[in-house]
Design a protein around this ligand. Structure first.
Ligand SMILES: C[S@@+](CC[C@H](N)C(=O)[O-])C[C@H]1O[C@@H](n2cnc3c(N)ncnc32)[C@H](O)[C@@H]1O
Length: 258
């Protein structure tokens, strides 16, 4: 019998197939970009904290540069379990911990904190964005830097055209469908994942899970105004994966704060 109505928190069941869903993402280039920014703004940095690390791909890739001691955290226990498994296979020294970035509770401080791939967009209010900055400030060493990106309304308007209604079989066990919608007025970008777990024997759908991912989409002036209310100053706001200033047509903006 098919169990068809299970609604799960974001990044619980998806953790099983996250790396397959993200197969097209060039994490190595992204890693080089973050490394480049660290080198430019904090060349002697050693200790690095990743927030919202997902299944750990960036942290493991950064470790390959043999330049940093890395701790990587995510709010989803399931994503961290996948990351830990990957770390064991790679004989990695990265320390993976389950942590909500609104309550980091670390027993160490760091030269750099970073967070990539729209994770800031999972914060839906200015109050929460301020809290996240306060949490990071608490765990940074003096002179430490904080790097993160967010996506813009323009990105959502464009992405919606190619992300909508994607369907894929990812391995022998799963099939997923993604439906995306963007409410430009409320600036809410919603990805709905329907994840079907297939039966080993018959290949029929054994379980169907639903995950809803709601992201709030921000402009650069909005984020700049929020950062002004924190103890950080903005060193730069970069356009996408470039070391050029962000502009009104930027799809993704990378903030560098100190
Ligand atoms: C788009 S994924 C990015 C994951 C990873 N950075 C990557 O590049 O693959 C967003 C991540 O943010 C995490 N996340 C969302 N809200 C969070 C919170 N309050 N605290 C910590 N992690 C959170 C999710 O669990 C998920 O792993």
């Amino acid at each position: 019998m098919t169990n068809n109505k299970q609604v799960e928190p974001a990044y619980s069941v998806l953790a099983e197939i996250y790396d397959d869903v993200m197969i097209g993402v060039d994490y190595e280039t992204w890693t080089d970009y973050i490394d480049e920014i660290i080198y430019q703004y904090h060349p002697y940095a050693v200790t690095v904290l990743e927030l919202a690390c997902g299944t750990g791909t960036m942290a493991l890739s950064l470790e390959e540069l043999a330049a940093y001691d890395i701790t990587a955290t995510d709010g989803s226990e399931e994503m961290i379990q996948v990351a830990k498994q990957k770390a064991r296979s790679a004989r990695s020294d990265v320390k993976f911990l389950t942590r909500n970035f609104l309550d980091l509770n670390m027993d160490q401080t760091f030269d750099v904190a970073f967070m990539v791939f729209d994770s800031l967009n999972y914060l839906h209010s200015e109050q929460d964005i301020l809290k996240m900055h306060r949490e990071v400030k608490k765990v940074l060493n003096p002179g430490g830097i904080f790097i993160y990106d967010f996506t813009t309304p323009r990105n959502s308007r464009i992405a919606i055209k190619h992300l909508n209604n994607e369907s894929k079989r990812v391995n022998n066990l799963y099939r997923y469908h993604r439906k995306s919608s963007y409410n430009a007025k409320k600036r809410e970008h919603t990805n709905r994942f329907i994840i079907e777990k297939l039966s080993n024997e018959s290949g029929n759908v054994a379980e169907t899970y639903h995950e809803k991912h709601l992201q709030k989409i921000y402009t650069l002036p909005e984020i700049e105004n929020i950062v002004k209310k924190t103890e950080f100053s903005i060193l730069n706001a970069f356009d996408g994966f470039a070391l050029e200033p962000a502009h009104e047509k930027s799809l993704r903006i990378t903030m560098v704060l100190q």
